[in-house]
Design a binder for this molecule. Sequence first.
Ligand SMILES: O=C1C[C@@](O)(C(=O)O)C[C@@H](O)[C@@H]1O
Length: 226
Amino acid sequence: MSLDFDSFVLAAATADLTEEPAAREHADAVEFRMDLADDPLEALRAYDGDLPILATNRAAWEGGEWDGGDDDRLAVLEEALEIEGVEAIDVELESLRSDSADGLRDAARDADVSVVASAHDFDGTPDEIEMMETLSDACERADVGKLAVTAETRADTLAVLAITHRLAADGEAVATMAMGEAGSHTRAVAPVYGSKIGYAPVDPAEATAPGQYDLETLSGLIADLE
Ligand SMILES: O=C1C[C@@](O)(C(=O)O)C[C@@H](O)[C@@H]1O
């Protein structure tokens, strides 16, 4: 079964699937950060929660903690496709651009699992033209295109919201957020402009990116702004 991003999905981001019961009240899905977990395939096989899983195995070169080779990283993600409960996977846009994840994407289609193509900028916010190019490319290569940048100013956050609005208005499935303290509010506001995925840790001490609100807080903010 595939996770459908027609409406907004709030994902509880975690390296520990036993947190799922605590996430149920506020989340629509669990983002399982396989790269941050000890034995991720074992944990997935043992999962018997209610929330669908978006599986991410983030490369070190994209801000994650997978410390093996890239082929192994994608192969582990491909194994996850076969496990019940996994309804979406996150694949780095760079892997899709280099064709190294073509097999994985085809396998996801065969398994009826959605693909999120993601790109991150941990240093800053590129200009709008560059962000439009990156996000449009991500949308072309997957079911959802995701872009997370690092905001330092209000102008940065406005630019992220502007491109979100533009692509969503064109019918593209996008997920956006500005990382960092200056970007926090975009996590609540981007869904108003059409962003389809939000990420928040159940436990604020276990954030998976800078500037995240905890799950209960983000869920409340999004509900208030709807
Ligand atoms: O790519 C993303 C988005 C994210 O980096 C964020 O900023 O919320 C959090 C990550 O867990 C997730 O994989």
